[in-house]
Design a protein around this ligand. Structure first.
Ligand code: AMP
Length: 285
């Protein structure tokens, strides 16, 4: 049995459960407030706060964990990042009123409000600054208004909260997404690597399929050379007979989601019919 630590609430919780479900692990009833659950396929989930997950992994309480990269960095624990899960995308930024400039930012006596004190202190130290860190547990953007800080280090995704509070980004400190992590020795294969690989492989196949589509079209046999140019697929399109006496064949291929409009148009131009585009549940190389 493998144990995976999952955020019990917040921005990453729902997407994590959704991904696990798509990867074939048993879903949980909506609104369930369970502390742990059997997800099937030898995987047990424990639901904890996202910021506690790096510590739980490092201490061996769970074999795998899903949390934000920002929280792994802030924890100061050295963990192994097995997979970038793609959701929960945000940036940790330094922001100041009016933007500030590099020199002033590194001034002695500058005050930085943040719920990422360790990451912020390290970032400043690497640049020769040593501001006073004002730890807050949230809503750092209010601190400059209250006069308790000159700058903030906070997470942003669109930047609208910063702008609303009259703050401008000075620099990005860290780019974050949700990640699947394990302890370093687990990652190195010292323990239970096979069972871990099974979970990683299942999640990876779902992630890989997310921006791909399966496209099918009936084309005239004499256009096959053009079809091959339009539909490169993974290793060329799959061609299937159509029982119409030989005039047509069906061409199937995996295409990038963003290429779908262009590919469909190109196929139409060479007379393709019955074009079908479907989602792919999993894609294994
Ligand atoms: P929570 O505070 O529990 O909602 O989750 C916070 C985690 O979600 C952060 O540590 C990030 O990893 C992630 N996240 C993704 N987008 C944002 C955002 N715009 N603001 C804050 N956290 C975000």
């Amino acid at each position: 049995m493998i144990r995976i630590a999952i955020p019990n609430k917040g921005r990453l919780a729902d997407s994590t459960l959704e991904l696990l479900e798509q990867a074939g692990y048993r879903g949980l009833p909506q609104g369930s407030r369970a502390l742990h659950a059997d997800l099937g396929n030898e995987l047990q989930a424990v639901f904890v706060r996202a910021q506690d997950i790096p510590e739980f992994i490092d201490d061996g309480v769970a074999d795998l964990g899903v949390t934000g990269r920002d929280l792994v960095v802030e924890s100061g624990r050295t963990l192994c990042e097995l997979l970038d899960l793609g959701f929960g995308r945000c940036r940790l930024v330094l922001a100041a009123r009016g933007g500030g400039d590099a020199e002033w930012i590194l001034n002695e006596g500058a005050r930085v409000a943040t719920s990422f004190p360790r990451t912020a202190a390290r970032w400043f130290a690497e640049r020769g600054g040593a501001p006073t860190i004002v730890p807050v547990s949230g809503a750092a953007e209010i601190a400059p208004h209250l006069g308790v800080a000159d700058m903030i280090v906070d997470l942003v995704s669109t930047g609208s909260t910063l702008r609303l509070n009259g703050l401008s980004e000075v620099e990005t400190i860290l780019e974050s997404t949700a990640v699947l992590v394990s302890r370093v020795d687990v990652c190195a294969g010292a323990v239970r690597r096979e069972a871990i690989d099974e979970v990683v492989g299942a999640l990876e196949s779902v992630i890989r399929a997310q921006d791909k589509r399966y496209l099918m079209a009936n084309v005239r046999r004499d256009t096959l050379e053009q079809v091959k140019q339009i539909l490169p697929g993974i290793s060329g399109p799959t061609i299937v007979e159509v029982m119409d006496g030989g005039a047509h064949v069906a061409a199937h291929a995996v295409v990038d989601q963003r290429d779908v409009p262009r590919v469909v148009n190109a196929l139409k131009r060479i007379g393709a019919e019955g074009i079908l585009v479907t989602r792919i549940e999993r894609l294994l190389p």
